[in-house]
Write a protein that binds this ligand. Sequence first.
Ligand SMILES: *Cc1c(COP(=O)(O)O)cnc(C)c1O
Length: 361
Amino acid sequence: MAHTERILMGPGPGNPYPEVIEAFTRPVIGHLDPEFIELLDDLNDRLRQVYRTNNALTFPISATGSAGMEASFVNFVGPGDVVVIGINGVFGTRMADVAARCGAEVIAVEEQWGRAIDPQQLLDAHPNPAIIAVVHAETSTGIRNDIEPLGEAKGDALLLVDCVTSIAGIPLEIDGWGIDIAYAGTQKCLGVPPGLSPLTVSDRALERLRETPQSWYLDLNMIRKYVTGEGARAYHHTAPISMLYGLHAGLGVVLDEGLENSWARHAAVGGLLQEELPGLGFELWAQEGHRLPQLTTVTIPDGVDDVAARHELLDRYGIEIGGGLGPVAGKVWRIGAMGNTARERNARLLLAALAQIVKRG
Ligand SMILES: *Cc1c(COP(=O)(O)O)cnc(C)c1O
């Protein structure tokens, strides 16, 4: 069994911050221990700062980003509700699947993979939807979808946004952009291993919280009694103590660096990759002007074998990158620079390794 240090430059997880790994080794205490409650309250405060929100209901769901997606729909969507969803990649497609399972009437606004969704098309899709939902950073294509115009013109609808890959990687303003429901992941730009899904819900959305969502585990009516200070703390499920230590530490790293500095570091490293890769024969695939710095997509040059080249990167250089998904499987690579991985030295190492691989063809 190999225990090689990898440089994780795939679509996620990125490499965790050392402070996070250290936090995992702290002694486990009870989830109702006042010391732990204090840490949880502090964690949620840090989360509010990184999300740029004052939402009282802001906390990590005890499961991965996909559970955040489920929680966002199952608590607010019921049979017959009209939900407009932007689809330009894997994660928009999943949102539509989840909403449909809640019984929603899904109105899909589809855009070609690798291109951004026009916010006006989402706004024009229905005169009075219950929810408008979109993925901020489409990790399957490397595209950033614009959110701000949606918040300005959403009317009575709730704005629901997948922030799994955007949080801490690119500018994101929950309150400033009028986002009502957002979920994220820990393993992308927050520099924490996978396992939790930071969720935030506006007071406006809470007024529409369903009384009996079709999920027991993700029912916010019950979870909020544990995670918010309001009323008595009540047991719902055992909080994943060590994961929460890890996220608390990761948010601390981001805030110590400065959220805007974290955005700038991701921009610089992604920018370096996107500047240098074309010189090696890789074409940037995602639409210009909407490219994510934390996830670069490139077409694979002729003569380079998709699978063999990625195996060589992993075996010989210890660098992981991701292959393409869906319609572009075998045609594009997805190169991440997320969290602690977003460092110039990692980008330069990958570029040097790729130069060797491409030279041999
Ligand atoms: C990774 C990802 C998810 C799913 O998160 P998991 O932690 O894998 O469940 C959802 N949406 C986007 C945009 C992602 O990148």
